[in-house]
Design a protein around this ligand. Structure first.
Ligand SMILES: [Zn+2]
Length: 303
């Protein structure tokens, strides 16, 4: 199915609907029921302003946090994966890209970040058995989200974070590369690096991960994206990731603070659910907000 790429994700009122359609077309099995893309300018005042935020983000409970906005927009159809997209931040990021690619940058950046968040949704998996959190905890999540967006908290992953590659381990990278491949096959003008720029996470360049994955995406083109993890990955691909992490570890002092930082990151903007308490959340198996950290103005924070 071909898509009219020049008119896709060019901004404006249709952006949220276009992004939702993109997810349903590229990964139909990951977006079967309700699936929401919400634009940051459509959120209430407490989520606006500040220097922080991300180009896009998702979290396991983002639908509940943004439910008031979805209800106001008459879009709420029940729980479902949700992506928050910031078109202003995307435009700012696109403006910093090299001039030769400027013409295509907004759509490419927008498609890239939507597919990046979609990869997080695929990795997180379905939540069929989840009990809805307490309303007070949802409200706490909203406050955390507002703090994150308005920049009063440091990033938990990506550029500027203590552990930039956190939440972007090889299973994530593999799905991200699959989504880039499938989107390109559908005619979208998007490169693997638009979906996951590994250098931003202090890993080897994206093209090395593409090379290590080889022709696997082509070989299993017919397999649903949610079933890819059942296929053993190429050894070379996993080895590249492991070598990258070993290299990163050797360049960073490993102290008792690192596990603490990882644990703290694991609690960011996450809502404990029934039967779970904080120690369980610290294992990092529950997804918190996994944003595509805004590249503009983040470098000053260091890592
Ligand atoms: Zn991410």
């Amino acid at each position: 199915m071909a898509m009219r790429t020049p008119t896709w994700l060019v901004g404006g009122r249709g952006l949220a609907a276009q992004a939702q359609a993109l997810c349903r077309v590229v990964a139909p099995d990951a977006a079967t029921g309700p699936f929401y893309v919400v634009l940051r300018p459509d959120l209430p005042a407490e989520y606006q302003g500040g220097e922080g935020g991300a180009l896009a983000l998702t979290s396991r409970h983002l639908d509940l946090m943004l439910r008031p906005t979805l209800e106001r927009q008459r879009r709420w159809r029940g729980r479902g994966p949700t992506i928050l997209l910031d078109p202003v931040a995307i435009a700012a990021d696109a403006g910093h890209r090299p001039r030769p690619s400027r013409r295509r940058v907004f759509p490419a950046v927008a498609v890239g970040v939507v597919l990046h968040e979609l990869a997080h949704i695929v990795i997180t998996g379905p939540r069929d058995d989840e009990v809805e959190p307490d309303p007070a905890l949802i409200q706490f999540g909203r406050l955390s989200l507002a703090a994150d967006l308005t920049g009063t908290e440091a990033p938990t992953n990506g550029p500027g974070a203590a552990v930039p590659w956190r939440g972007h381990e090889w299973p994530f990278i593999r799905i991200a590369l699959y989504l880039a491949y499938r989107a390109a096959r559908l005619g979208l003008d998007v490169a693997a690096r638009d979906v996951f720029d590994a250098r931003e996470y202090e890993l080897s360049p994206t093209h090395r991960y593409v090379l290590a994955l080889g022709n696997e995406p082509e070989h299993v083109a017919g397999r649903p994206i949610t079933k890819i993890s059942q296929v053993p990955p190429p050894t070379e691909f996993v080895e590249l990731w492991q070598a990258d992490v070993r290299g990163w570890m050797s360049q960073h002092e490993i102290t008792h603070e690192l596990p603490m930082t990882l644990a703290a990151c694991g609690r960011r903007i996450s809502i404990p659910t029934a039967g779970q308490d904080a120690p369980v959340m610290q294992k990092g198996t529950e997804s918190d907000v996994e944003g595509t950290v805004q590249r503009v103005g983040i470098a000053a924070q260091g890592s």
